[in-house]
Design a protein around this ligand. Structure first.
Ligand code: MN
Length: 397
């Protein structure tokens, strides 16, 4: 079993670094005080922190050593009994683990880009001419990213279904999800210095689950010519645990061959993705205790790898910093049951999803809860990404 990193607090307590160990939340500051990490020359104050950033900035040699020492110690069940450093998951509060610097959202799943292009433009020319030559992305907003369990109000905005009439102002009627993974940057590059694709993964600390909430009707009217703006930045949801990239070594899988061939700075010797199962559940307002599975996708369904995203992001000299977040874009597989948004699952709202008798959805209603879960599993070993859970509240106005 491997640990994931997060930030927790107990009632009236200060925030500390946490390790997820099965259903236990382990207090890493307490382990540091017991001397477990003394040989690693790390200030104990790093473990008593509101965010993981200072810990991540120590570098992979130290963060992986903390992980390995902790795993070896926790693997002995006797070490967990009646210990004050081990909390039941239900007894603690988990917080946003990263002080997010800059946030970029890619658009790296071919099936998702194809589906959206086919719906809004032309199925014969669904992908725009640049799509297979560079990983398309936009710069998003970090301030509106919140941890699982935080809810948000349905956003208002300008809506116009046609381009020839006057817009109206109202709450979005097409509130949607985007099933994504987020990459946490663990090592910076200096301004002006591109990251070579062969070194790109050295700059990755780990991965998290991400829900890029989207208001499709606001998006439709605003996105030309500069891309998404208010349709996206009203709220985004992040899971509480970061899975270090090294933990996913057994789950590496060959990435799809790219055709046409990409420019040399995007070429990889050995293209790899990560085999992580992703699931989307809806708990409808009518049956708020019941989970209905609406999509099964996988982190491996990406045309552009994380290494390519990083190489492209920095090829102009743009500097990435510790704690920057790169989201994958909606991850859709080839079959309709693996599409990562309601836009695709209902094909633009034309085909409602029947959840159970008398309950169906096209887009989300107030009181609906969305849960995204992720896990990797192979030969009996399992890496659990946890979940990101969010409820839609009524509009504020
Ligand atoms: Mn997105």
């Amino acid at each position: 079993m491997s640990i994931a990193f997060g930030i927790f607090s107990v009632k009236n307590g200060k925030k500390r670094l946490a390790a997820k160990w099965g259903n236990w939340v382990i207090d890493l500051y307490a382990l540091a005080h017991l001397g477990h990490f003394d040989h690693l020359d790390i200030k104990k104050s790093v473990f008593k922190n509101d965010f993981l950033n200072d810990f991540i900035a120590l570098g992979k040699t130290k963060t992986n050593a903390v992980r390995e020492v902790s795993e070896a110690f926790l693997s002995n069940e006797q070490n967990l009994e009646n210990q004050s450093f081990a909390h039941h998951a239900t007894a603690v509060e988990l917080h946003l683990p990263i002080r997010i610097g800059d946030y970029t959202d890619f658009y790296s799943s071919e099936q998702h880009a194809f589906n959206v292009g086919a719906m809004f433009r032309d199925p014969a020319n669904a992908l725009l001419p640049n799509w297979k030559h560079l990983p398309v992305a936009y710069h998003g907003r970090a301030s509106s990213i919140f941890v699982s369990g935080t809810n948000f109000h349905r956003p208002n905005g300008q809506i116009n279904a046609s381009d020839t009439t006057m817009p109206t102002f109202s709450a979005t009627k097409r509130l949607d999800i985007e099933l994504e993974m987020a990459t946490v940057i663990g090592k910076p590059n200096l301004i002006g210095n591109a990251i070579n694709i062969d070194q790109a993964e050295d700059h990755v600390f780990g991965f998290m689950l991400f829900n890029d909430w989207s208001a499709r009707d606001i998006q439709r009217w605003e996105y030309v010519p500069l891309g998404p703006f208010l349709a996206k930045n009203f709220f985004s949801s992040l899971s509480p645990w970061v899975i270090p990239i090294e933990v996913l070594a057994p789950f590496r899988t060959p990435a799809e061959t790219q055709n046409p061939e990409v420019l040399p700075y995007l070429r990889e010797e050995n293209r790899q993705c990560f085999d992580v199962n992703l699931e989307v559940y809806i708990l409808p307002k009518e049956l708020p205790q019941q989970e209905f599975l609406i999509s099964k996708s996988n982190f491996k369904y990406l045309y552009w790898t994380v290494a390519q995203q990083i190489a492209h992001h920095t090829v102009n000299g743009c500097n990435l910093n510790v704690g920057d977040l790169l989201a994958s874009g909606t991850i859709s597989g080839k079959t309709p049951d693996s599409y990562g948004s309601l836009l695709e699952l209902t094909w633009g709202g034309k085909n409602p999803i029947q959840l159970t008798e008398g309950i169906s959805r096209t887009f989300l209603e107030d009181g609906d809860t969305i849960v995204i879960k992720g896990f990797a599993e192979k030969h009996g070993s399992r890496v659990d990404f946890g979940e990101v859970r969010t409820t839609v509240l009524p509009t504020m106005i």
